[in-house]
Design a protein around this ligand. Sequence first.
Ligand code: GDP
Length: 443
Amino acid sequence: MVFENLSTKLQDTLKRLRGKGKLTEKDVDVALREVRLALLEADVNFKVVKDFVKTVKERCLGAEVLESLTPGQQVIKIVNDELTKLMGESVAKLNQSSAPPTVIMMVGLQGSGKTTSAAKLSNLLKKKQHSPLLVAADIYRPAAIKQLQVLGEQLEVPVYQMGQQDPVQTAKAALEQAKRNRNDYVIIDTAGRLHIDEELMAELTRIEKAVNPDEILLVVDAMTGQDAVNVAQSFKEKLGLSGVVLTKLDGDTRGGAALSVRAVTGCPVKFAGLGEKTDAFEPFYPERMASRILGMGDVLTLIEKAQSTFDEQKAKEMEKKLRTQQFTLDDFLDQLQQIKQMGPINQILEMMPGMGGMGKKLKGMSVDDKEFVKVEAIIHSMTKKERQDPGIINSNRRRRIAMGSGTKVQDVNNLLKQFAMMQKMMKQFGKMDKGKMKGKGKG
Ligand code: GDP
């Protein structure tokens, strides 16, 4: 999972603050020094780190934090806010042309995931009832045209190509065809090189001039860290970049690119690539990313995933329960059963408040259903009352439940501990959400 190290370090640092009744300036300094190191180790641009720590410190030393009854919590909230801001505050939508088609040009180095992302984006648009046209304008990389055609066929999205002809002519002709066929989006896959060179930039500029795109999306491989940010800066100097697509966020990247690219280029990250499959592609939500880094789970993404898997009624109920903290062990069980249908278990756990640790623990193991069977058996061995109110489960009950489920008392303890932690995190999440809503009301 991306951000894993950063996430662990920040969480450890902030955990130490959480319990404190009173914070001194020194406490804040010590914590922020660790935050600074963690960010630098995650390969975040040093200037970005410097500004970040400065802002967080100023806010932390404000009277409302040091004198608050829960200063540790406040600091966590500030770090969360500032991480969110760093990545762009709110989700950045695609630009729209007032006269369709909306033209999107995909640019980036070879291997960054340009062709794949072009196809993924067309898939996303198609799912929203749009009618995209893909354009193969990468005439240099052997097989790039074929690759786009194969993807287009898979997704049932038309692909325009003119073989190895001048990409400017291809792009122009594609635009004409889109108008004739009423395609409301045109996505142009352009050529990449291993390094930035003059020739490539000149070609991209010519295409830009010829088709006047509404959106030029730079595709950046998040695994390349700081390099990715340097590349972004060079592209920005030559082209009217309007957004960034960060790919390979599913890999074991340190996360530096995701945290720096917006601040360095001023371009919002609009989409995230999360895998090789054509549906592993999402709008980039800074707020969710920040919460995920700080281990506050990603309740919103989880709810969305649930919505696409479960029926809507169920998802609504779950959302309400999560928000009002009425989530019981029964719901937990219900959820586990559905999670099995939702996809990679590690990823799902990563998104659940307080469960990030469990996701990590499962990582590297072959995640068979054993752990789940155990948890299911334990919850099944509880009475209705115990499931609603786990607080009443004393040591006698624990022993009985372990016997009944064929597990050890230790297993029961672990489950209860994890569940309690999850509830606590949810409470925190709920509080934060309320705070934010208040702010919005005022503005
Ligand atoms: P291009 O040269 O920029 O067009 O790059 P491609 O689209 O051919 O992608 C290069 C490689 O990266 C391919 O093997 C893709 O499957 C892979 N790839 C692209 N996006 C992602 C992603 O989000 N996650 C992962 N894991 N792999 C990706």
